[in-house]
Ligand binder design. Sequence first.
Ligand SMILES: Nc1ncnc2c1ncn2[C@@H]1O[C@H](COP(=O)(O)OP(=O)(O)OP(=O)(O)O)[C@@H](O)[C@H]1O
Ligand SMILES: [Mg+2]
Length: 444
Amino acid sequence: MPQAMKIAIVDDEQDMRQSISQWLALSGFETATYARAEDALKEIGPDYPGVVVTDIKMPGMDGITFLKRLMSQDSTLPVIMITGHGDVPMAVEAMRIGAFDFMEKPFNPDRMTELAKRASQTRRLALDNRALRRELGDGTVLVKKLIGSSAVMERLREDILDLGQADGHVLIDGETGTGKTLVAHALHAVGPRAGRKFVQIACAAFDPEALTARLFGPIEDGSTTLPAVEEARGGTLCLEDIEALSPTLQARLLTFINEQGSPAETRIIAVSNLQEQDKTVEDMLRPDLFYRLAAMKITLPPLRNRGEDILTLFNRLSDQFAEEYGCDAPEVTAQEAAQLMQAPWPGNVRQLINIAERAVLQNRRGSGTIASLLMADNEASQPVMTTEGKPLKEYVEAFERMLIDNTMRRHKGSIAAVMEELCLPRRTLNEKMAKYGLSRADYL
Ligand SMILES: Nc1ncnc2c1ncn2[C@@H]1O[C@H](COP(=O)(O)OP(=O)(O)OP(=O)(O)O)[C@@H](O)[C@H]1O
Ligand SMILES: [Mg+2]
């Protein structure tokens, strides 16, 4: 049971104060009574953990002025107004200023309890959301998730906090695995839309017709998912691989954006995932759409440009994996540290996570070096040309397939034994077997 909500009761008539207070105390509220609004104001601050019930006609500060003062310091505070018989214009005025509701004298006690409950639930939600936003606003949650203290990362965190509060559309780009999707989520989570929907669509995963239907409808008969633009209404629509939009869909998206007006009801976060080095997202989108989306732009720096962060990330991640696997994290020698910092990291943070996991497994087994992991990984993922004009990657892959095949054979399809011998996490082993068309059933 969460902590009881307070109810501040403000009324110049003592009988009235007492009876409301007694009744609500019986219903489980912690009550406080005030004869004058001025006194109540001294105790009710912006984060007041409760709601206010106030009379309108009082000597000194009247209920309407009191309400205005309360609203100016915290517009989410529920204030219930007590109105005399026939005070309809007064009640209307109070509602316009921001009162939660009003009760007419004489009271119906059950209605009063019901109102107080509803108001305090509203209050608790508002305070919870506010606390969450503050925590995120501090960046504490982000700092935890987004590891790194280089200047670019510090700047990135500030940008997320600033842009998170804004309404304009955002374009995020950067190499694969640099954290674009993570940042898109963070932008939504730190802003005022945090409680609303975050709808994420991987544009490249659909053919043009299916994508049109997924984004704008019509939806298939019997399907319960709404078109994304409907589903995300009032929240964030995150479009991954924005460059995959056909010209027709780009036009459609532009119309949608233009029709929304300003500030936009639904915020669009477009994520560009261009793999080709010589093309930018700007080349792939019609200019008017590009400028609408890129009003705010975040570019994630590649890992190789983040200096010391590489080591921080490696250490933090290998600690996490060591805990997961119940073993020690590998110690990084000076030479290995230099190698980590000089590696090209084409797969960026995602690749680093993978290396950290494999380093931990290797350490548990008691053999192998970080250097060998790095070398195998970076060579395998970068097409290095040999004298024969054939990428080294192909040789490495052929070798890797042979190795996994042999080991599976020797262990008669025991995945655990193969993981152990090759120092591969289960996920990686599964991925590689799928990639090379190897099936466990063939070895049993
Ligand atoms: N600074 C960081 N600190 C800790 N983890 C991070 C950081 N940046 C990214 N990650 C993690 O790295 C992985 C890859 O990040 P993410 O999926 O956001 O990259 P991406 O740029 O969207 O990749 P892709 O282009 O392939 O979609 C995720 O597991 C994410 O949580
Ligand atoms: Mg992504």
